[in-house]
Design a protein around this ligand. Structure first.
Ligand code: CTP
Length: 410
C-alpha cells in the first residue's frame, strides 16, 4: 500500500482546541498538548493575553503546527477565528482554567478570542482548573463550577498541594497524564449499551407544604440523579427525570418532569414507569408530610405552631418494586451508620433489585458532594466501590442497570 493510500483510509485525527488561560501552570499546557498529539490528536491553541505572559505563542505554534488564535481580528487560517475553531473542534480543553475564565464561561461572557471561542463551542468541553486555594474555595468560583457541571462541562479537579504562591491547599493543576486521559475519555464515543432503553430516574428532595410559605425538606441537591440521567441519555436511553426542586440545568436530551411534593413525585413516577424498562429512585423523598397544610400563612401569635401532625407519604420505590414484573428497579440508601445492614433490610423491605448504598456521614460521600463512595447491595452479594466523582458513580450504576435490563444478571 502506498503512503498516500494509507493516509486516505486512516480515520481522521480527533481535533482538540487547547484553550490556555493565564496562570503559572501554563507551561503544563504544553505537556498536555504533547500528550494529546502522542495519542493521535490534532491540536490547535487559543490563548489569552495573560497566558502569553507566562509562555509565548512561538512554543505553541512550533509544537502544534498551527497559528495560535489570540486575536479575533488577526488569525491567518480564518477571518472569523472563534467560529472556525468552534466548528473545527471535537473537544475543547481549557488548561489551566483560571477563576476568571470559569466566571466568564458561567456568565457567557465573550470578550477575547478564547472566551468567544468557548461561547461558540458546541462540542464537549473539559476544564482543568488551577488557581490559589482561596480563589478556588471562593463561593463565587464554587457556584460557577456547579453551574458549569450542571451544563455538562467536564472537570479535572485541582489537587491539594503546595501552590506557586506558597499557600498549601486545593488549587494545583491535576497531573498532565490525568488531564490527557480525561480528554481522551471525552473524545471516545459513549457506548450505546442503553440504546432504546426507557428509564425513569427520580432526583432531588421533595418539599412538603406546612403553609404557603413554609415546608419540610431535606439536604438532597439532586446531583446524583441528574448525573445518572445525563449518563443514561449519553448511552442511548430515553430518560424521564422526575425532579424535585433543585437548581440544576436539565441534562441534554432528557425529559424533565418538575415536581414539588412527594405525592406529585409519586404520580409522575408511576405514570412514567408504566412505559419504562427500568427505574432508578435517587430522590430523597420525604417520608412524612403535614396532614393538613394551611391555605394561608400561619401566624405565631394566633396559630399553634408548636405541633405539626404528619402522615406518611406513599413509598414510590416500594410501589414500583411491587408492580415491576421483570422490569428493573433500583433504590438508594443514604445512611449514617450500619450502612450495609440497613441497605440489606431496605432491599428486602422494598422488594427492589438493587440498592445503591452510600455513607452520608463521610465528607466525600455526603449530600451535595461531587464525589460518592457507594456499595451495590444485591440480594446475594455486595460490591464496594472506591470514592469516585459523581459522573463515574453514575456510569457504574448505568453499567449495572444496562446489564440487568438486558437480562444478563448484573
Ligand atoms: N423512596 C421513595 N418514596 C418514599 C421514600 C423513599 O421512593 N416515600 C425511595 C428513595 O428514592 C430511595 C429509597 O426509597 O431510593 C430510600 O429508602 P427509605 O426507606 O425511604 O430511606 P429513608 O428515608 O432513609 O428511610 P429510613 O428512615 O427507614 O432509613
Amino acid at each position: 500500500m502506498s503512503d498516500s493510500t494509507h493516509r486516505d483510509t486512516e480515520p481522521a485525527a480527533p481535533r482538540v482546541v487547547l484553550a490556555v488561560t493565564g496562570g503559572i501552570a501554563v507551561y503544563k499546557a504544553v505537556e498536555v498538548m504533547r500528550g494529546l498529539q502522542h495519542a493521535g490528536c490534532d491540536v490547535r491553541v487559543t490563548m489569552t493575553a495573560d497566558a502569553e505572559r507566562f509562555v509565548g505563542t512561538p512554543t505553541f505554534e512550533a509544537l502544534s503546527g498551527h497559528p495560535v488564535a489570540d486575536d479575533l481580528y488577526a488569525y491567518p487560517d480564518s477571518p472569523i477565528p472563534h467560529i472556525f475553531l468552534a466548528d473545527w473542534a471535537d473537544l475543547v480543553v481549557v488548561v489551566p482554567a483560571t477563576g476568571n475564565v470559569l466566571a466568564k464561561m458561567a456568565m457567557g461572557i465573550a470578550d477575547d478570542c478564547l472566551s468567544t471561542t468557548l461561547l461558540a463551542t458546541h462540542c464537549p468541553v473539559l476544564v482543568a482548573a488551577a488557581m490559589n486555594v482561596h480563589m478556588w474555595r471562593n463561593p463565587a468560583t464554587q457556584a460557577n463550577v456547579v453551574t458549569l457541571r450542571s451544563r455538562g462541562i467536564r472537570f479535572v479537579m485541582p489537587q491539594t498541594g503546595l501552590l506557586a504562591c506558597g499557600d498549601v491547599g486545593e488549587g494545583k493543576l491535576a497531573e498532565v497524564s490525568d488531564i490527557v486521559t480525561a480528554a481522551l475519555d471525552a473524545l471516545a464515543p459513549a457506548k450505546q449499551d442503553m440504546a432504546g432503553m426507557r428509564l425513569v430516574v427520580t432526583a432531588g428532595p421533595t418539599h412538603e407544604a406546612i403553609d404557603p410559605v413554609r415546608y419540610i425538606a431535606n439536604a438532597s441537591t439532586g446531583k446524583m440523579g441528574y448525573a445518572i440521567a445525563r449518563e443514561a441519555s449519553r448511552r442511548g436511553a430515553v430518560v424521564t427525570l422526575v425532579s424535585g426542586p433543585v437548581s440544576l440545568a436539565a441534562p441534554r436530551g432528557v425529559c424533565v418532569v418538575p415536581v414539588v411534593s412527594a405525592a406529585q413525585m409519586r404520580d409522575a413516577t408511576v405514570a412514567a414507569f408504566a412505559n419504562a424498562d427500568a427505574a432508578i429512585c435517587a430522590a430523597a423523598v420525604a417520608d412524612y408530610t403535614p396532614a393538613s397544610p394551611a391555605d394561608r400563612k400561619l401566624k405565631k401569635g394566633t396559630d399553634d405552631l408548636s405541633t405539626l401532625r404528619l402522615i406518611k407519604t406513599a413509598d414510590i420505590l416500594a410501589e414500583l418494586s411491587h408492580t415491576k414484573g421483570d422490569r428493573v428497579v433500583v433504590g438508594f440508601a443514604a445512611e449514617t451508620n450500619d450502612l450495609l445492614k440497613n441497605a440489606h433490610e431496605k432491599l428486602e423491605r422494598k422488594g427492589c433489585d438493587l440498592i445503591v448504598a452510600n455513607d452520608v456521614s463521610r465528607a466525600d460521600s455526603t449530600f451535595g458532594a461531587d464525589t460518592s463512595r457507594i456499595a451495590f447491595v444485591w440480594p446475594d452479594r455486595t460490591e464496594q466501590l472506591d470514592t469516585l466523582p459523581l459522573d463515574q458513580v453514575a456510569a457504574a450504576i448505568c453499567d449495572r442497570v444496562a446489564t440487568a435490563v438486558a437480562g444478563e444478571g448484573a
